[in-house]
Write a new protein. Structure first.
Length: 177
């Protein structure tokens, strides 16, 4: 019992000490907010493979007109369920932009990485708005913005040989899969 109460006292003291230290500095500067309990689990590559890429593919697959041997195939949703799928995909793209900006993923927080991640974020938000408004043309146009965000970041941050067609933006160059 005595041992327990000693242990409890020790615990109380240990808790009080940081609090006292904080009060001492609090006079000078406001206490910093507690660190957010956030832990990045997936690598950038895994975020791409499991979140960004499937979401973007779903979005793209439900926009635009594809001409094939069977004729003209307009893939724009015609049902609420179809539009909902597009909205969901755009929402995932938007929030994925934030995932890429988190500590542990952002490659160079002072450089253009954040700009490209924000571009992905903005394109996703526009996609949600366009699909919510069931705007055929705008939904397709935003698909291009999403693609540009991928392309620009990859061009800068994925190592490629100097003579890579992809790097030069030459027609026929394809993004990595
Ligand atoms: C802010 C930067 C950034 C944006 C935006 C971005 N990517 Fe990436 N992506 C990367 C980097 C960096 C890699 C290479 C992984 C690494 O270096 O760890 C990568 C790799 C990939 C890969 C390969 C993943 C694997 O299996 O290793 C795919 C697929 C991919 N991206 C798809 C996309 C698509 C689709 C988009 C747009 C909808 C996109 N990315 C937007 C930075 C970005």
């Amino acid at each position: 019992m005595r041992r327990l109460s000693l242990a409890l006292m020790g615990l109380a003291l240990a808790c009080a000490l940081p609090a006292m230290a904080q009060t001492a500095t609090a006079a000078k500067a406001p206490a910093a907010p507690p660190a957010a309990p956030v832990r990045t689990l997936l690598s950038v590559s895994e975020v791409m493979r499991h979140i960004v890429n499937p979401a973007a593919e779903t979005y793209w697959a439900h926009t635009g007109v594809i001409d094939d041997e069977k004729g003209s195939n307009d893939r724009t949703p015609t049902t609420q369920a179809g539009w909902d799928l597009t909205i969901n995909a755009a929402a995932q793209v938007a929030e994925a932009g934030n995932l890429l900006m988190m500590d542990g993923r952002a490659r160079d927080p002072g450089g253009p990485w954040m700009k490209y991640a924000r571009a992905l974020n903005a394109a996703g938000i526009s996609g949600m708005a366009a699909a919510s408004a069931k705007d055929h043309d705008k939904t397709f146009e935003v698909g291009g913005d999403i693609y540009d965000a991928c392309f620009n970041c990859h061009a800068k941050y994925i190592q490629r040989p100097k003579n890579s067609l992809y790097k030069q933006g030459v027609e026929g160059a394809v993004p990595p899969k």
